[in-house]
Design a protein around this ligand. Structure first.
Ligand code: IVH
Length: 686
């Protein structure tokens, strides 16, 4: 029986890896995502029931979940060198000249794109991925095997049977551009809901795909790595007595073993071909889903490579040609100032449209007054625009030769240094800038139109009061008609008022009033989020609600009490205090109370009961930051789960805190029991 299961696990693993290969390496899936998930689920189930058959190269490892507290430092068998750089054709001709003069002839070049990511060295023993190490200082790097196993295009075991018993293969792990944009869009949506302004969002977003890759690979929880879909191109095979005569041949073989080798690689008999390749990719690279910053040119034959050898830092047989940073100059036509929902002012440069790295750029953020001053940008200037990480455009400087007085400025007169606005462009209130803050703010929170409309939009949004029939257009109409000036006014709306609004028919008015009525049942923690205190996102609102249990305790809370709530820092605590110190805020809360909104936890919430963890068993190990151990255990029970003392094949989850014992960790890994953090646990009971 158990032999049959072993065979079944092996068969399933093979089948899943084949689909992985089709999807991620060949980009040619042959089954649907749904069917794929079913197969994987089946495998995970069997491995859980029979942990003795869980192998380190099982595709279930790609889902992640393994926690590495500290990455082990590993000495590279072959040092990881860097490449000499060239920036123009002349340098490249010098490189070619040096090779010719060394005495070799009839040499070929292989050109590959230079991928902008994080280099990695993978070791395979008997066809199985045994170790993945970062470059580090070139001599020693970090063992990030668990994280690398989650990258779907990296084979956990190799195809065919003609690979060397032991070898290393090196390449570049990168974050595809589309994935980078997707993650940034998610971060943006989340932060907008939490009331952050453009500048703060920009600060918190991923800066470029390379940084994002390196940050992701440093994660201790491999599940976090699995969630960000990294990819990897392999470009160099290393080992003793490799059966190849050339680099090109080695990569062709690597391809047949299941590695993702770039399709952009080409072989040339002379430098002329190389130069044509550079010209072609200088622009074409922008259409790829991976960032590239140059071309790597390598002498193909291994014999030639051995002959040419190395300098102290880099091989003499290879060189990198770096593309010029994609930069253009254009005219700064005007600067506009946007007022966000929180009152933060963001200056935006309006540019004469210009093509840059494949997209038309019309606007660029100028961030804040300091940046404008530092760059000394003036309206009418010709400015240099560059794409940071090729994705977000920014102004990097001014072409002073083209400023007024030089005779080439497109504006008649010198416009003088940019004077930052002193008053809100929307409501005319004088702006303020607090000590240490980069942004100017409009303090007229309850009277500045975009702030008020923004507050109301946030209040009715899905994760807040969820009044979905009240869209931003209707809000603007109601606001302009003077029918709503604060969030409390929503509950005073009458049908006859609504019917006065353009395009509002009887039916939509009824719908809206029903939606407003229904929102009175929305639980306290969401009301807390909806009222829109700066820096109070969904999670913090929930924590406040559960900690203080009702609004009056929050209104009366001292700084010290607020700081006792997990994850609330000094700045957030101060914001909460300032918010409730304003009697206008308290007045709005009082009006909402009278209307019957939920300003305390319900009886059920107080009892904190649910069946969400029914049939699940937990082992709690280590020290936690958001619960003490007893509370954590109590919470498990109140939600229908069971606590057990030691890990077995039947354990559903280990909740790992700081300093979890290494033995427990090992045992959980061996038995394939899922290890989760306290945050994962909180998500389970939400
Ligand atoms: S070959 C001796 N090929 O560029 C080094 N490197 O400065 C041989 N890179 O650290 C490296 N794409 O991370 C090679 N097609 C490619 C590459 C590539 C990106 C990176 C690699 C290395 C750096 C060289």
């Amino acid at each position: 029986m158990s032999e049959l299961i072993k065979v079944e696990i092996e068969k399933l693993s093979k089948e899943i890896e084949e689909h992985n290969y089709n999807y991620y390496v060949l980009s040619n899936p042959t089954i649907s995502d749904f069917e794929f998930d079913k197969l994987l689920e089946e495998l995970i189930k069997l491995e859980k029931e029979h942990p003795e058959y869980l192998k380190p190269d099982s595709p279930s490892q790609r889902v992640g979940g393994q926690i590495t507290k500290e990455f082990k430092s590993v000495k590279h068998k072959y040092p990881m060198l860097s490449l000499g750089n060239t920036y123009n054709e002349e340098d490249l001709r010098d490189f070619d000249e040096r090779i010719r003069k060394s005495g070799i002839s009839n040499y070929e070049y292989v050109c590959e794109l230079k991928y902008d990511g994080v280099s990695i060295s993978l070791t395979y023993v008997d066809g199985i991925l045994s170790q993945a190490v970062t470059r580090g200082d070139g001599e020693k790097g970090d063992d990030i095997t668990a994280n690398v196993k989650t990258i779907n295009s990296i084979p956990l075991n190799l195809r065919g049977n003609d690979f060397p018993a032991e070898f290393e293969i090196r390449g570049e792990i990168f974050m595809p551009k589309k994935e980078f944009l997707r993650i940034n869009e998610d971060i943006r949506k989340q932060l907008i809901e939490e009331g952050y302004n453009e500048e703060e969002i920009y600060e918190k977003q991923l800066k470029n795909p390379r940084n994002a890759t390196s940050g992701t690979l440093k994660q201790q929880d491999s599940k976090a790595v699995a969630e960000r879909k990294l990819d990897c191109y392999l470009y160099s095979v290393l080992g003793e007595n490799l059966p190849f005569k050339s680099h090109y041949e080695s990569l062709e073989a690597a391809k047949s073993w299941g590695f993702k080798v770039s399709g952009e690689m080409e072989k040339f008999a002379s430098l002329d071909g190389v130069i044509k390749y550079l010209e072609k990719w200088d622009t074409k690279r922008h259409s790829l889903n991976v960032e590239t910053d140059g071309v790597v040119i390598k002498v193909n034959s291994y014999e030639h490579q051995r002959f040419l050898g190395f300098t102290a830092k880099s091989p003499r047989w290879a060189i990198a040609y770096k593309f010029k940073a994609t930069q253009v100059s254009t005219l700064l036509e005007s600067i506009s100032y946007q007022v966000g929902r929180t009152g933060a002012i963001t200056p935006v440069a309006n540019l004469k449209p210009v093509l840059l790295a494949g997209t038309t750029v019309k606007r660029a953020s100028l961030h804040n007054a300091d940046i404008i001053e530092k760059l000394d940008v003036r309206i009418g200037d010709t400015v240099f625009v560059e794409k940071g990480g090729e994705i977000i455009p920014k102004i990097i400087g001014v072409d002073l030769n083209k400023r007024a007085g030089s005779g080439t400025n497109l504006f008649e007169e010198e416009t003088g240094p940019t004077k930052y606005i002193t008053h809100c462009p929307e409501c005319g209130t004088e702006l303020v800038r607090s000590e240490g803050e980069a942004n100017h703010y409009c303090p007229n929170e309850l009277g500045c139109p975009p702030q008020v409309k923004g507050k109301i939009e946030h209040f009715v949004s899905r994760k807040a009061m969820d009044i979905d029939s009240l869209g931003s257009e209707t809000i603007a109409q109601l606001y302009d008609a003077g029918l709503i000036k604060t969030i409390a006014d929503i509950y005073e709306l009458k049908k006859e008022d609504l019917l006065k609004i353009e395009r509002m028919a009887e039916k939509s008015a009824n719908n809206l009033l029903e939606g407003i009525e229904a929102s009175k049942k929305v639980p306290f923690e969401r009301v807390m989020f909806a009222i829109g205190i700066r820096h109070i996102g969904e999670t913090t609102a929930k924590k406040l609600a559960y900690y203080f249990k009702n609004i009056d305790s929050i209104i009366n809370a001292t700084l010290e009490q607020l700081l006792e709530v997990g994850d609330i820092g000094e700045k957030t605590a101060q914001t909460i205090i300032a918010y409730f110190a304003d009697e206008k805020s308290v007045e709005i809360i009082n009006k909402l109370k009278v209307q019957g909104l939920q300003f305390e936890l319900s009886g059920e919430q107080l009892a904190n009961k649910s069946e969400k963890l029914k049939d699940l068993t937990f082992v709690v190990s280590g020290v936690f930051t958001k619960f003490n151990r007893d509370d954590l255990k109590k919470t498990i029970e109140q939600n229908g789960g069971k606590n057990v003392g030691s890990i077995s094949g039947k354990t559903s989850y280990v909740i790992a805190g700081e300093n979890m014992g290494p033995e427990k960790l090992k045992k959980a890994e061996k038995l394939g029991v899922k290890i989760i953090s306290e945050d994962d646990f909180i998500k389970m009971i939400e």
